[in-house]
Ligand binder design. Structure first.
Ligand SMILES: *[C@@H]1O[C@H](CO)[C@@H](O)[C@H](O)[C@H]1NC(C)=O
Ligand SMILES: *[C@@H]1O[C@H](CO)[C@@H](O)[C@H](O)[C@H]1NC(C)=O
Ligand SMILES: *[C@@H]1O[C@H](CO)[C@@H](O)[C@H](O)[C@H]1NC(C)=O
Ligand SMILES: *[C@@H]1O[C@H](CO)[C@@H](O)[C@H](O)[C@H]1NC(C)=O
Ligand SMILES: *[C@@H]1O[C@H](CO)[C@@H](O)[C@H](O)[C@H]1NC(C)=O
Ligand SMILES: *[C@@H]1O[C@H](CO)[C@@H](O)[C@H](O)[C@H]1NC(C)=O
Ligand SMILES: CC(=O)N[C@H]1CO[C@H](CO)[C@@H](O)[C@@H]1O
Length: 521
């Protein structure tokens, strides 16, 4: 979950009274057995041990230590680096089928390229082995916004084509060392957010943008060109890693290489043609930017038209390298946006990139401070349907879905239960309507370090006590609900039946305490 501030300032999300379409009563067995249910974290947000055992800083460390994340950072975070065994135990007790995590590039290869850090290698081997021995599938992301600061310093990171080769070399190490046990790889997490927020608005690492007096003051960058360049290099890096996998590993390892985007459900503000066209433009700029090259071999025409020569082009060889290079597309999904045409935005918006989109997004929800997101199952259904129709029904994963709540509030996180209940139900509807969706991961397994929210908001199934040096974990209601579902219980929206269900088997583990409200304000 990496896009908070962008919501506040730019994308403010809309919600309306949506029809409740989600299947409202279902069980695990309604899904195919090969469909996978999991939960996730990412390296910087969960591991901690930021300065231990040879890890060097990533761009994320520099960012969080600059004070923008409410003074918080991931130096210790949930300390999963030291507590992975306990965490895998909790996953196993919950009945989790898969765990989504990312590898810290700068822990594995501290200089970005070259020698491998044996301690880093050992950590990921240990974690993967622990998961496998508990029957939990590892779903691994290679780049979750945290590439080595050394490469940013050396040549500017993703604005340079040199990253393509360095990323490929890093991917090679991961496939070679872990690919005998890991079958689900995702090259990039939220590549669209990374390019937009890191290089256009400059809110997120590596905080590059064109400086505007009184607004955003990036030290470096060019908002009109760099987002496109970065996205282009990311696509080439993904495709190069996928080609490498195909050549060297696929026969032996039988795995899959996917790509992840943050997806919103865009819908027109009115039925006026210009709003409908603007909605398609928003989809093209937000999703098509990456999904079109991956699925069709080229950028959307709207992007070429609006961005002109600032949008790099693929030559024939690059196009065929990228075309079809993703075995699956994965989305992180949280919300919906209403789109209004805004022809004037080409003139008035400070950012050229934003001007290219020329849409005005709905500003109706100003209540971000309330923490919780509206739950809008039909919007997730709409996104899955969009991918199905536009991209010929590719295999899809929902890599993130979850509810933001004030971190210290309560272990009785019923809003999160309602969120999972609704979204899992609509995934079932989508499956039944032909969507090739293959997995659903809750964000997040633990209350991790959240970008920009720091530790003030949490999405976790488990609360982590930051005041306790041992970072003790506490199971929330949502973890119990998920567990009951994964173990075969029927779930329905009526909280009475949920409570009934919750009365079922849930042996307290040695490591996770049973809930005690007094421990949390
Ligand atoms: C960004 O790059 C473009 C193309 O090179 C150039 O015309 C423009 O002046 C640059 N903008 C800034 C703010 O440096
Ligand atoms: C657009 O038209 C459809 C079908 O007539 C209608 O259901 C929908 O409410 C309209 N949307 C808006 C935003 O007016
Ligand atoms: C991408 O691959 C598809 C399917 O093989 C093909 O139809 C399409 O023409 C390719 N795109 C380009 C730009 O070559
Ligand atoms: C179900 O799939 C069909 C065919 O793709 C589509 O027309 C329809 O809108 C889908 N239903 C929903 C609720 O998305
Ligand atoms: C959470 O609660 C603990 C224990 O009362 C307190 O020390 C800590 O500052 C709180 N954290 C936040 C982010 O509110
Ligand atoms: C709970 O513990 C009992 C007794 O140790 C055991 O028989 C049962 O299988 C456990 N239930 C679960 C869900 O682990
Ligand atoms: C800015 C804004 O819209 N604030 C609203 C947030 O929600 C509370 C309660 O629902 C309202 O009272 C505020 O006006």
């Amino acid at each position: 979950m990496m896009w908070k501030l962008c919501k506040v300032l730019i994308l403010i999300v809309s919600f309306g009274v949506g029809k409740v379409t989600a299947a409202d009563k279902y069980i695990r067995r309604d899904f195919p057995p090969e469909f996978v249910f999991g939960a996730g974290t990412s390296a910087y947000q969960g591991e901690g041990a930021a300065k231990e055992d040879g890890r060097t800083p990533s761009i994320f460390d520099a960012f969080s230590h600059s004070g923008v994340t409410r003074g918080a950072n991931g130096d210790v975070a949930c300390d999963q680096y030291h507590k992975y065994k306990e965490d895998v135990q909790l996953m196993a007790e919950m009945g989790l089928e898969a765990y989504r995590f990312s590898i810290s590039w700068s822990r594995l290869i501290p200089n970005g390229r070259g020698s491998i850090n044996p301690k880093g290698l050992q950590y990921y081997n240990n974690l993967i082995n622990e998961l496998i021995s508990h029957g939990i599938q590892p779903h691994v992301t290679l780049h979750h916004s945290d590439f080595p600061q050394a490469l940013e310093d050396k040549y500017g990171g993703w604005i340079s084509r040199r990253m393509v080769l360095d990323f490929e070399a890093y991917a090679d190490v991961c496939f070679r060392e872990f690919g005998d046990r890991v079958r689900h790889w995702t090259t990039f997490n939220e590549a669209n957010v990374f390019a937009q927020m890191g290089y256009d608005y400059g809110f997120l690492p590596p905080q590059r943008c064109s400086s505007l007096p009184g607004l955003y003051n990036c030290q470096k960058g060019n908002s009109s060109t760099e987002p496109y360049l970065v996205a282009h290099n990311i696509l080439l890096a993904h495709a190069s890693a996928a080609r490498l996998y195909g050549k060297k590993y696929r026969n032996k390892q039988n795995g899959y290489i996917g790509f992840n985007l943050l997806a919103f459900h865009f819908r027109p503000w009115t039925n006026k043609t210009e709003d409908i066209v603007a909605t398609q433009r928003a989809n093209d700029f937000y999703l098509g930017w990456f999904a079109d090259p991956l699925m069709f071999g080229d950028y959307p025409d709207t992007m070429k038209k609006n961005a002109g020569s600032r949008l790099p082009s693929f030559n024939g060889a690059e196009s065929s390298l990228i075309n079809g290079s993703a075995d699956f597309l994965a989305i992180n999904f949280y919300s919906a946006i209403k789109v209004k045409d805004n022809p004037g935005s080409l003139d008035i918006h400070p950012r050229d990139y934003k001007g290219d989109i020329a849409v005005q997004l709905d500003f109706s929800l100003n209540n971000f401070t309330e923490f919780e997101f509206p739950v809008i199952p039909w919007a997730l259904e709409g996104v899955l349907e969009y991918f199905k129709q536009k991209y010929g029904n590719p295999p899809m994963y929902i890599h993130e879905s979850g509810q933001r709540m004030k971190r210290n509030s309560t272990l009785e996180d019923w809003p999160r239960v309602q969120c999972m209940q609704g979204y899992i139900g609509v995934v079932l509807d989508s499956l039944r309507n032909g969507s090739d969706v293959r997995g659903y991961f809750v964000w997040s397994f633990l209350d991790v370090f959240e970008l920009l929210d720091g530790y003030e908001a949490g999405f976790g199934l488990y609360y982590v006590d930051l005041d306790d040096p041992s970072r003790r974990r506490y199971r929330k209601r949502s973890a119990r609900w998920y567990s009951a579902f994964l173990r075969g219980g029927a779930v329905s929206p009526a909280s009475a039946s949920l409570i009934g269900l919750m009365g079922g088997p849930e042996n307290a583990s040695s490591s996770a305490s049973s809930p005690d409200h007094r421990l949390i304000q």
